[in-house]
Ligand binder design. Structure first.
Ligand SMILES: [Zn+2]
Length: 317
């Protein structure tokens, strides 16, 4: 039995109630020490057996570059000289809002870094995704500067990955906020950013499906809040279609319809070609009941994105 620590994280909770108990899989890493934090993995790891052994009591992971070691001394020696401790996370900053930044990193340019990030993420994700093929993905790192620590510490507390080319128009492949920083709204920031990026690219899509249970809950909250904000900001009597909502929010029509049904804001009424109408009073009530404010999780003015030129192909005669 591994020792426990006050810093050990609890299983994820959804809206304050514990998520369904996970099956207890055979964990090959019993505890992970990320910088100063002691975290309990949720799922078996993909760390190479020849480097960490078949079963590891404690795995030490650098919180700056995600290099790992099963031995304490090399870990301490590494942290003292880790280049990323001094230079900060790799990639290009595309978003900055107070203590939160988002860095875009190409897996091809930072292969070892993104592999090590993915290996750590696997401890908290029940997915069979291939973690070594990082070259076809972009990674968006959530970089957080904790103002309460002295001196303030800056580190990557979550990320999402995205295929550079997705046949299914997926705007996100995998998303994770590391357990010590969950339930602070960071997941909503990452989801918000993924939709801002897809709108900019004209990639009308959504996250890769099927979603995990925590993923589904997170997206339900994101989609509902985004749609609610859009609906209450519209002039009162102007009719709105599912296409209008989708065009504005870049949430695909099927997710818009499913979300409106789940929110319980639709009323069966025949109006023109429509079978149902949205009741705006119910939308406002839904926002109040769920503590959703008018402020979106990401600030559009905080993005610094290069212009994308969309080339229009000339028709040949
Ligand atoms: Zn390091």
């Amino acid at each position: 039995m591994a020792p426990t620590s006050p810093l050990q994280t609890l299983p994820p909770t959804i809206n304050g109630t514990p998520a369904k108990p996970r099956p207890s899989p055979q964990l090959n890493v019993q505890d992970v020490v990320l910088g100063n934090l002691w975290i309990k993995p949720w799922y078996p790891s993909f760390y190479p057996e020849d480097l960490i052994g078949r079963k590891t009591e404690k795995l030490f992971v650098c919180e700056y570059c995600f290099k790992y070691s099963k031995d304490l001394l090399p870990f301490i020696a590494h942290r003292d000289v880790c280049a990323l401790n001094k230079d900060g996370p790799p990639g290009t900053s595309i978003y900055e809002d107070g203590p939160v930044r988002i860095h875009e990193v190409d897996g091809e340019d930072y292969k070892l870094y993104t592999q090590n990030l993915s290996l750590l993420a696997k401890l908290f994700l029940d997915t069979k995704s291939v973690f070594y093929d990082v070259t076809t993905f972009l990674y968006y790192l959530l970089v957080y500067t904790d103002p309460t620590s002295s001196p303030p510490t800056t580190q990557v507390v979550g990320f999402f990955s995205k295929e550079k080319l997705s046949w299914d128009n997926n705007n996100l492949a995998c998303i994770l906020v590391f357990p010590p920083w969950q339930r602070k709204g960071f997941g909503q920031v990452l989801m918000g950013a993924s939709y801002v990026l897809s709108k900019r690219e004209g990639r009308l899509g959504g996250p890769e499906k099927p979603l995990s249970e925590p993923g589904r809950k997170g997206y339900e909250r994101f989609w509902s809040a985004t749609i609610a904000r859009y609906l209450v900001s519209r002039p009162c009597k102007k009719p709105v279609t599912v296409k209008d909502i989708s065009d504005e929010t870049y949430i695909v029509p099927e997710d818009v319809i499913a979300t409106l049904k789940d929110m319980g804001v639709l009323e069966r009424k025949k109006r023109g070609s429509a079978e149902a109408v949205v009741n705006k009073v119910l939308v406002k009530r839904w926002m109040e009941a769920n503590g959703v404010s008018l402020k979106p999780p990401v600030d559009l003015d905080a993005f610094s994105l290069d212009e994308i030129e969309v080339e229009e192909e000339e028709e040949e005669d």
